[in-house]
Design a protein around this ligand. Structure first.
Ligand code: GDG
Length: 482
């Protein structure tokens, strides 16, 4: 059913709002801007427009009325405990997340979760349809909202609709497992432009459409003849696809890392680690895609081989708590706890830990200090859409110091070719790469780091948002306005 227009010319829909609700000890609550690049990327493109953002408010609480913050209308969607379990923890994080990351753990296909995913996507589409002005631009984010483009187009054919996938899009041989794969593709084809991190992801999407729906494509445009049914996305469509790799706010990271307090804190961190010759660092959400176990295996073997020893070398591993109610994450945590315990039992000395393992999240200032304190950053995902940590490391190293070991299975590897690239499945190769990064002479390291900094500076998050919106504007099939 076609709904009436709202008044906002630019509407973002993402699983989460750009703010978190903080409840103080006295029970009072306020909103705090969430950390993360998406918020800072969206801010400049939203300022000066009548802009709104639709997203889940985070906690299962009572209904919260829409409110304005920094000139932007925030429209919270509330989810019940069961909806969180089925749509978010279930379909998004136990079905789509592992399926889209090369089935590192087996995806679970449950009909109840799919039904909840459809329902919550409908709620997002309805909220956007109510807020968007005639002819407005809508930018939908990520794998949690893949049905929203077609749902929204059915209600509001006048809108210009874009979707961006922050995670990989899998090859059709894997995507084809999804019992509702055709519905997902038809959901996405409601957009005018579908943006992906890598050209390969866009290619995988196009191949899936061809094989499962019988679409044709010319260049980067997918043509769908439509279907003779009354399911979602039955209308014929021409949709543009493309790779628009996301980035970070280079300037703000660079400036933060230059602050005297952050530099002082970096020195303090090294001192409290016992001033080792080499500090190796890992910073990840505690997620099985990030290759933390492979990294620990390589480090453990390097200690066992005598290639590295305490107190000269230590690994500082920050693992930010994530999706703690999902079973695969609980299992991963106990595996990593066990691995770290064994490495420290075998290789630490008194006051000289082989691994410092911290299961916490930290303020941005501390993250910048950690990056500055590290001689080698280990980024070893088995699959990662982009990996912003790698780019943040380059942006923080205004001193030209540091070395980056980077998995070839990250989107970032396509841009940061001066990193020490590795295959984390190849433990022998990973060990050699870590040693090369540790032993390379400072002048050569500096050259590599300056080249990576140039890349991230010129391709920052603002350039990403502009490129995305230009591609959306230039997409085929101009909507009928009016
Ligand atoms: C998804 C895709 C893609 C981490 N711990 C703390 C903290 N962080 C920040 C990092 C970085 C961000 O979280 C993590 O970004 P990643 O890109 O590494 O990974 P995902 O969370 O998996 O993100 C990924 C990304 O979306 C964007 O499209 O790159 O491929 O999986 O910014 O700094 N920040 C703070 N404290 C922490 O403890 N303040």
């Amino acid at each position: 059913m076609v709904s009436a227009a709202g008044t906002f010319d630019f509407v973002v829909a993402a699983n989460r709002l750009p703010v978190d609700r903080v409840v103080e000890a006295d029970g009072s609550a306020h909103w705090q801007t969430s950390p993360g690049g998406l918020v800072s990327a969206m801010d400049p493109v939203m300022q000066g427009r009548r802009a709104a953002w639709v997203g889940w408010a985070g906690d299962p609480t009572d209904e919260i009325a829409p409110f304005d913050r920094d000139g932007i209308r925030l429209h919270p969607l509330m989810l019940t405990v069961t909806e969180i379990q089925d749509y978010y923890e279930g379909f998004s994080n136990e079905t789509l997340w592992p399926l889209y990351h090369d089935v590192i753990v087996p995806p679970r296909y449950r009909r109840r979760w799919w039904a909840a995913y459809e329902r919550i996507n409908t709620r997002f589409a309805e909220a956007v349809a109510d807020l968007a002005a005639p002819g407005a631009t809508v930018w939908i984010h990520d794998y949690q909202l893949q049905l929203v483009p077609s749902m929204l187009r059915a209600a509001r054919p006048d809108l210009r609709i874009g979707w961006f996938n922050h995670i990989p899009f899998p090859p059709v041989e894997l995507f084809g497992q999804l019992p509702w794969g055709r519905s997902v593709l038809r959901g996405l084809l409601g957009a005018d432009f579908l943006g992906f991190q890598r050209t390969n992801d866009a290619g995988n999407f196009m191949r899936a459409c061809h094989q499962l729906l019988g679409t044709t494509s010319t260049g980067d445009v997918v043509s769908w003849a439509g279907a003779d049914d009354d399911l979602l996305g039955a209308e014929p469509r021409r949709v543009r696809t493309g790779a628009v790799p996301i980035s970070i706010d280079f300037t703000s990271m660079d400036e933060l890392a230059r602050e005297p307090a952050v530099r002082h804190r970096a020195a303090e961190i090294r001192a409290s680690l016992g001033d080792p010759q080499t500090v190796l660092l890992g910073v990840d959400r505690l997620d099985y895609t990030k290759g933390i176990r492979h990294r620990l295996r390589a480090i453990s073997e390097l200690f066992a081989d005598g290639e590295i020893t305490t107190p000269d070398v230590t690994l500082l591993q920050i693992a930010t708590p994530s999706r703690e109610r999902v079973r695969a994450y609980q299992e991963l945590r106990s595996q990593i706890d066990g691995q770290v315990g064994r490495i420290n039992g075998d290789f630490s000395g008194i006051g000289a830990s082989a691994v410092h393992y911290l299961h916490h999240s930290y303020p941005r200032e501390e993250m910048a200090a950690l990056y500055l304190a590290a001689d080698v950053l280990l980024v070893t995902p088995l699959r990662d859409g982009m990996n912003l940590v790698a780019k943040e490391y380059a942006a923080s190293r205004w001193d030209g110091g540091g070395a980056l070991v980077l998995s070839e299975f990250t989107g970032a590897a396509q841009e940061l070719s001066q990193a020490f690239l590795c295959n984390p499945h190849d433990i022998v190769g990973l060990k050699q790469t870590i040693l090369r990064a540790m032993r390379e002479d400072p002048a050569a390291l500096r050259k590599r780091m300056l080249a990576m900094r140039r890349r991230v500076r010129t391709h920052d998050v603002h350039a990403w948002a502009r490129r995305y919106l230009d591609a959306l504007e230039a997409a085929p099939g101009k909507p009928s306005r009016g």
